[in-house]
Design a protein around this ligand. Structure first.
Ligand code: NAD
Length: 478
């Protein structure tokens, strides 16, 4: 059985989409696994004046995908409480503190607190400041969980971090990048460790290039308002793609603990090869989707809450390089786009001819599939295709529950409860990646792109192909 954990969760934005779609189902799985059992409570806070009963009904509704005994869901929901709350009202924090303290006694939660920011980013600083000023922090642990986006450039990220640091130590802050919660991404360090030969050839002697694609088939759907303030570079490259690069490209730590992993990742991001403004157009390209071939789908500019002349990119691709011993001269090609032909997150590692010296076929390609497929494949000389379907991670404590259906959010909540920060983003890493991304963003903001420039259901603009062709390379997934 899983080890039971104790905590009061305070979910700011408890009536919202993230809470209902991701957090409550994830908590429910932990409940079923026995990791959350008798000693936990969840306070949902939001502006609406909901009762506990109504809130619990919404929680049960969020579990509709589970084909479970209603009683189990009701037992779970009995741990949920609702507190109507305005983020700017100090009195509300005092009420929240009293309720949390009462639940501490009722559920014997050892005064542990998880403060979860499932709320708009503009409120993160205010909420953190009030948690401190109104004395919500306890003598148990106090862990602050922050959703993306963490700033929109280096300056705003620094401001946000300064604000949070006044109330929480870096040790107490858990910045979510849900790609770090995905099974296959978490498996990469294990794959490397378990296969020393693979790790041995992961360097500039044997690797021709590495490609990371986070492709989505959907458009912006109903998130046009948010997307207009973000774009693919901020929404996907600065955080998810950079963090995946971190896991693939980092040196192997001597010990697999959070501190060693972060020390090594921090060093890696500090070695990102500087990008000058005039290199941006040579190394990065952007795109915006048009309708599809049949003219049926909306172009981005016709989507709800999107400006008719919007220059926001729905596709970004680039060539990222590191200036370090292991990776200098190896291009890391990255891309992320909406309305690509299918959803696929994958990493393609293309080896050169020198691997033949080690008895491996020249130009072998190893692909790591992150989602929706999970596993890896090896493509040798374009002919011999061997697929290795893996049953990747099993949670030793409860294999049945934690097998394939385990979701990124569950895995990350388990880490938060265990105080394990290996799969969260630290501030120094973020600082380096924002600094890098800012150069691109600034340059792009100064130039008017010719948008739209790719049809829906295609692989993005032609310039994304040219980017690799200039180096004599091509995208493996095409
Ligand atoms: P949402 O709009 O569905 O929910 C926002 C919540 O904040 C609601 O509960 C609302 O009542 C509450 N709220 C708004 N103003 C408030 C105020 N003044 N005082 C107190 N509560 C207030 O948003 P969401 O999609 O759930 O996103 C929440 C956060 O998670 C955002 O930071 C978002 O960027 C991030 N995020 C969401 C997703 C997702 O899948 N929805 C994915 C990644 C990150």
């Amino acid at each position: 059985m899983a080890t039971e954990k104790s905590a009061v969760f305070i979910i700011f934005g408890g009536s919202g989409d993230l809470a209902h779609r991701k957090l409550y189902p994830a908590l429910y799985r932990l409940f079923k696994a026995g990791m959350l059992k008798d000693h936990f409570a969840v306070i949902g806070t939001a502006r609406r004046p909901w009762s506990n009963e109504y809130f619990r009904q919404t929680v049960i509704t969020s579990l509709e995908d589970f084909d479970d005994d209603k009683r189990m869901m009701e037992n779970f929901a009995m741990h949920f409480y609702y507190q109507s709350h305005d983020v700017n009202d100090s009195d509300h924090y005092i009420a929240l503190k009293q309720l949390a303290s009462k639940l501490d006694d009722r559920f014997d939660t050892e005064h542990n607190r998880v403060y979860y920011m499932a709320i708009a980013p503009r409120f993160f600083g205010t909420v953190a400041a009030h948690i401190k000023s109104e004395g919500l922090k306890t003598d148990g642990y106090n862990r602050l969980v922050i959703e993306k986006p963490f700033g929109r450039d280096l300056n705003s990220a620094c401001d946000l971090n300064d604000a949070l640091s006044k109330a929480f130590t870096e040790e107490e802050i858990y910045r979510i990048d849900h790609y770090l919660g995905k099974k296959m991404v978490q498996e990469i360090p294990n794959l490397r460790k378990k296969n020393p030969k693979f790790d041995e050839i992961l360097n500039n002697k044997y690797v021709s290039n590495i490609q990371v694609t986070l492709g989505e088939s959907l458009g912006v759907e109903d998130r046009g308002g948010y997307y207009e303030t973000a774009g693919a570079l901020r929404d996907m490259v600065q955080n998810h793609i950079m963090q995946i690069l971190g896991v693939v490209a980092m040196d192997e730590p001597d010990v697999m603990d959070a501190k060693s992993i972060h020390d090594i990742k921090e060093k890696l991001f500090a070695s990102l090869k500087d990008l000058t403004p005039d290199e941006v157009s040579k190394k990065f390209v952007r795109g915006q989707y048009d309708t599809d071939e049949m003219g049926k789908l909306n172009p981005y500019r016709k989507e709800d809450k999107v400006e008719e002349d919007s220059n926001i990119e729905t596709f970004a691709a680039g060539k990222i390089e590191f200036d370090n011993e292991r990776w200098s001269n190896v291009p890391f090609y990255v891309r992320s786009g909406k309305r690509m032909p299918k959803k696929s997150s994958r990493i393609d590692i293309v080896f050169n001819e020198k691997v033949a010296d080690l008895g491996i076929r020249a130009n072998t390609i190893v692909t790591l599939f992150i989602e929706p497929d999970e596993g890896s494949s090896i493509l040798i000389n374009g002919i011999d295709y061997r697929e290795v379907k893996q049953n990747l991670i099993k949670y030793p404590e409860d294999p049945e529950i934690f097998d394939n259906a385990r979701e990124a959010y569950e895995s990350l909540i388990i880490d938060i409860l265990a105080g394990d920060k290996a799969n969260f983003t630290l501030w120094e890493e973020l600082k380096s990646t924002w600094k890098y991304i800012d150069v691109i963003r600034k340059q792009w903001d100064e130039e008017s792109p010719k948008f739209p420039n790719y049809l829906s259901n295609t692989m993005g603009p032609d310039t994304a192909d040219t980017l690799l062709e200039k180096d004599g390379n091509s995208w493996i997934w095409n």
